[in-house]
Design a protein around this ligand. Structure first.
Ligand SMILES: [Zn+2]
Length: 112
């Protein structure tokens, strides 16, 4: 982006007099009104919920992988051979990672 575009992004309009002021200012230099800083706090409310959902999805995925790879679906068989490392290490690792991610989301949701 050009320098003009970058400069335009850091400017905002005063809510009282309509003149363009720098984004970091709390007070308008033209009309001396206090201009509140606009904070978009969308991440604080939605981040924890997204991570909980994603973590639970990973644990479910790990369960499905383990179920089919370890041979619990005995009449059904996957036509490819699965390395034992997937059953012993990767599926539990995915399960624990998903559990940790959902716990992290829970903590983040509780903090906000
Ligand atoms: Zn103003």
């Amino acid at each position: 982006m050009s320098a003009i575009g970058h400069q335009a992004m850091e400017m905002r309009q005063c809510a009282f007099c309509g003149k363009r002021i720098a984004a970091h200012l709390n007070q308008c230099p033209f009309c001396r009104e206090m201009v509140p800083q606009v904070r978009l706090s969308r991440t604080s409310s939605g981040a924890g919920r997204v991570q909980i959902r994603r973590g639970l999805l990973y644990t479910l995925l790990a369960g499905v992988i383990y179920y089919f790879a370890a041979g619990y679906a005995k009449p059904l068989e996957i036509p490819v051979t699965i390395q034992p490392a997937v059953i012993h290490y990767l599926a539990p690792l995915l399960f624990l990672s998903g559990l940790g991610l959902s716990l992290h989301g829970l903590i983040q949701k509780a903090k906000s």
